[in-house]
Design a protein around this ligand. Structure first.
Ligand code: FAD
Length: 489
């Protein structure tokens, strides 16, 4: 498996990125797949550990050592076959996954794990380029009809698996285009949207029907949610028409910061800015909020916050500052094999957007937004520390920061409750849809024939987890409809 001495001879190769000063001039992707030769060298680094921790670190359990070896040996078609066993959309995860597999890689002990994500990216881009990706049409139709509500990665993965099992699948999406947060949250510079359209074409060839601009159960959605819905379908209509319904509606209610001055102009939820920005790039609108020449403050240190940083840099902001309330993660000191336990790749949650400009600061809490004539002008902040699990403000550490535009990127609290209410689906303690996890009832809600998958069930998470949930839910829907299922878990 791999080259026995490969990891000793070849260093980890990082993905190839366009220089920050060039890439901030456009919204296009700036990461390139590795060349065949470089991917092969990277595959050679896989040590064949015996216990492949990477395989378990990956939520969809990609069979990583096998495809690493196949790429090392330049057997690309077989590498694609192996990758496709577990992942419906490697072109998404190969670009935007935080790669927990690499964190789990044994070589990470030296802080230089195999570049698994780059290998995945290389396999799938090559496969599409060579037209190896074909529709996998079901050989036999089951005569069962399934509605999937929501076309994010969970809904898409679920729909594709169910169609391949022979069910007639219809995906309902309230937005005018499919993709969920892949399309409307994540900027094009991380994931260009033609990648989603290309998969949609494959899924249509496999028999999936997409109905866009159709909201299920309810027309009202949380602030900041792209809502191009022109039609509403009721729960009763769905129950009459379909043998099963899968709710994959995401978790779209943003966390607010209810401090004095929150109502001032210039203070927005991140998605109130990122959604129109993605629509603008797609030619579907014109973002009314322009950051050019403005002092931008992003509150929140996760993926959404870094996407705001990258977008603000592309708008030409005068300054970009990102605050995180949590403490700065311990710095990793690279001392070769004597290094402290590695924090890769979650170290400081650094994204490519941070290489493009802006300041970051940790342990900062915002006490108030202050402005004039209804427009925000500054933030009043204070430094905090955590004692006994409780956040405490540090007296005397107060400071002000100039701001014309503030973006709240502090996560999402729960899915749209009104849609779950309309179905009568029970909630867990965090207000996510509740579904038991084990055995034949997995992903099933308390309502007959109604299943849930993705962020709606797990809470705000990652694309790779959404794909996993969609795939697993499909297995359980298939089993419920047919008595048993051959779809992989
Ligand atoms: P979603 O992607 O939210 O899709 C839900 C879909 O359901 C939406 O299209 C919505 O319109 C539709 N819907 C909702 N209600 C209805 C209704 N009543 N009727 C019809 N349709 C409905 N994860 C990563 O792994 N890597 C990243 O780099 C990353 N970056 C992110 C950046 C941002 C800005 C955000 C917000 C999230 C990011 N994430 C990232 C998280 C990731 O996008 C989500 O975890 C993932 O998309 C969840 O998938 P989902 O299918 O469960 O839900």
């Amino acid at each position: 498996m791999g080259k026995v001495t490969g990891f000793l001879e070849q260093a980890r190769l990082y993905p190839l990125y366009e220089a920050p000063e060039n890439r901030i001039k456009h919204y296009k992707e700036f990461v390139h797949a590795l060349s065949d030769a470089d991917a092969s060298k990277q595959g050679a680094r896989c040590m064949d550990c015996g216990t492949p921790f990477c395989h378990n670190g990956c939520p969809i359990n990609n069979i990583i050592p096998d495809f690493n070896d196949l790429v090392y040996n330049q057997d690309w078609a077989e590498a694609l076959a192996t990758l496709s066993l577990t992942n419906n959309f490697p072109e998404f995860t190969g670009r935007i996954c935080p790669a927990p597999c690499e964190a789990a890689c044994t070589l990470n002990i030296n802080n230089d794990p195999v570049g698994i994500k780059s290998i995945e990216h290389a396999i799938i881009d090559k496969a599409w380029a060579h037209h190896w990706i074909k529709p996998q049409k079901a050989k036999k139709k089951t005569g069962r009809h399934v509605a999937v509500i929501g076309s994010g990665p969970a809904g898409l993965a679920c729909a594709q698996q169910l169609a391949r099992a022979g069910h007639a699948v219809t995906v309902y999406e309230k937005n005018s285009r499919i993709g969920g947060l892949l399309r409307y949250g994540i900027p094009d510079f991380k994931l260009e949207k033609w990648l989603i359209d290309r998969r949609m074409g494959q899924m249509q060839d496999e028999g999936v029907t997409f109905k866009t601009g159709v909201a299920v159960a309810c027309g009202d959605f949380p602030v900041g949610v792209a809502n191009g819905a022109s039609t509403v379908v009721t729960v009763d209509e769905l129950k009459q028409k379909y043998h099963a319904v899968v709710l994959a509606i995401g978790s779209e209610t943003p966390r607010d910061l209810p401090v004095p001055g929150r109502q001032l102009n210039g203070v927005y939820y991140a998605l109130e800015w990122l959604i129109p920005q993605n629509q603008t790039v797609a030619g579907d609108g014109d973002n009314p909020i322009n950051a050019k020449g403005k002092h931008v403050v992003v509150i929140g240190g996760g993926d959404t916050g870094s996407d705001c940083v990258g977008t603000a840099n592309r708008h030409g902001a005068a300054s970009v500052t990102q605050f995180e309330v949590m403490p700065r993660p311990p710095e990793f000191e690279n001392k070769g094999t004597d290094s402290v336990w590695p924090y890769w790749p979650m170290k400081m949650r650094t994204s490519t957007s941070h290489e493009e400009g802006g300041e970051r600061d940790w342990s900062v809490s915002t006490q108030a937004f202050v402005g004039k004539n209804g427009q925000v002008e500054k933030l009043q902040c204070v430094r905090v520390e955590f004692k006994g699990g409780k956040m405490q403000e540090i007296a005397g550490s107060e400071f002000d920061v100039k701001a014309d535009l503030v973006l709240l990127a502090m996560g999402f609290v729960h899915p749209a409750q009104n849609v779950l209410d309309a179905f009568g689906v029970e909630r867990d303690a965090r207000h996510n849809a509740s579904a038991t996890h084990v055995g034949e009832h997995a992903y099933r809600t308390n309502i007959d024939k109604v299943f849930v998958a993705g962020d709606v069930r797990r809470g705000q998470s990652l694309v790779v987890w959404a794909i996993k949930e969609g795939r697993q839910a499909a297995h359980y829907v298939d089993a419920a409809l047919m008595g048993e299922s051959n779809l992989p878990l």
